[in-house]
Write a protein that binds this ligand. Structure first.
Ligand code: FES
Length: 151
């Protein structure tokens, strides 16, 4: 499967990364269109279950994008987010996936190019890693379910 057909979910802080993505759009910067953005008040609100659910629902890669370190509007939310992401990488690995499918980036609202680069980085990783094994497992279950409903 081509990497630009795989799904990337970006959990983006409303104060920085979300605005950086918006600015990238306003500047008409080109980047892969396979990213869907989930806006968070602060990346400090991220939890492992949100990331794992994104993978379970078909994401091939997930990234969390927060303010620059020292610039979080909730003081240390982005530091907490980095710890959560690092911890969740282990859970992702235990689930049978390459932990490089998950990443954390920091940027300010004016760093449109950095948001674009984050999407490109994750897309390049997907070119190497291919679709999520959870997606393929789900496809197998769908085939099994279809088979059960026919028989
Ligand atoms: Fe942006 Fe906390 S307000 S990461």
């Amino acid at each position: 499967m081509n990497a630009d057909r795989m799904k990337i979910i970006a959990f983006a802080c409303t104060y920085c990364a979300y605005n950086a993505a918006d600015l990238a759009g306003s500047m008409r910067l080109q980047y892969p269109h396979n990213v869907r953005i989930v806006k968070l008040l602060c990346t400090g609100k991220i939890e492992p279950i949100l990331i794992l659910e994104a993978f379970r629902h078909g994401a091939d890669a997930v990234f969390v994008a927060g303010c620059m370190e020292g610039e979080c509007h909730f003081v240390e939310g982005n530091l907490r987010a980095r710890q959560i992401v690092d911890h969740t990488k282990h859970l992702v690995e235990e689930a049978g996936m390459d932990p490089r499918r998950l990443e954390m980036f920091n940027m300010s609202a004016s760093m449109a190019q950095k948001f674009v680069q984050a999407v490109r980085t994750m897309t390049e990783r997907l070119e190497e890693l291919g679709p999520s094994p959870l997606r393929e497992a789900d496809n197998d279950r769908s085939v099994e379910r279809t088979g059960q409903s026919v028989s």
